[in-house]
Design a protein around this ligand. Structure first.
Ligand SMILES: [Fe+2]
Ligand SMILES: [Fe+2]
Length: 182
């Protein structure tokens, strides 16, 4: 049975898991680029998930489960803010990256085991399909690069952020897109 949004979310989790492995295996300029790509994907996923899935999962899985996931997401966002000024080649960055990976993997697993099955059980296949389309549209509305306006200077190239601004931009873009379709 098609599960619409649930399938899309699980697929994205798999992709993010692979992206973490690629970043950890890379070095130098490539490591920074792959990390930026990972962050852009994470931000798009989490923002679209917050907007499309969470209002439904609050009802289907309950406030406690939904709010615990929201808390994990804002903790990951805070960690990204701490990472944005670090040199991706530094030991501090490596240790924060390992923490981020562990936290994001635990978060995805909690969603897949505690949250998604309850939504899948309570919503109709049609509704899950419709949510899947809304989720894809929300993702498309979010920027695919974390900071398109950053000047291409050596100093800017040293940094991986700013992600806080990227997350805000993604949220605004997704909300605008949803407003114009509703
Ligand atoms: Fe999430
Ligand atoms: Fe997720």
């Amino acid at each position: 049975m098609a599960q619409g949004i649930i399938e899309a979310l699980r697929r994205d989790h798999q992709e993010v898991r692979k992206m973490f492995a690629r970043v950890e295996a890379a070095s130098g300029k490539r490591r920074r680029e792959l990390f930026q790509r990972l962050v852009a994907e994470l931000v798009r996923h989490e923002v679209a998930e917050e907007e499309i899935l969470r209002p439904v999962s609050k009802r289907d899985a309950g406030e406690a489960i939904a709010n615990a996931r929201i808390k994990e997401e804002s903790q990951a966002e805070q960690l990204l803010k701490d990472m944005e000024k670090l040199d991706p080649g530094s030991a501090e960055f490596a240790s924060k990256l390992a923490r981020l990976r562990r936290d994001v993997e635990r978060h995805a697993e909690a969603e897949e085991t505690k949250e998604f099955p309850r939504v899948a059980k309570k919503e109709t296949p049609q509704r899950l399909e419709q949510m899947g389309r809304a989720y894809q549209a929300a993702k498309r509305a979010a920027p695919t690069r974390p900071h398109p306006s950053t000047p291409n200077t050596p100093a800017a190239n040293m940094l991986v952020g700013p992600f806080a601004a990227a997350a805000d931009r993604a949220r605004d873009a997704v909300r605008d897109a949803l407003k114009s379709t509703s």
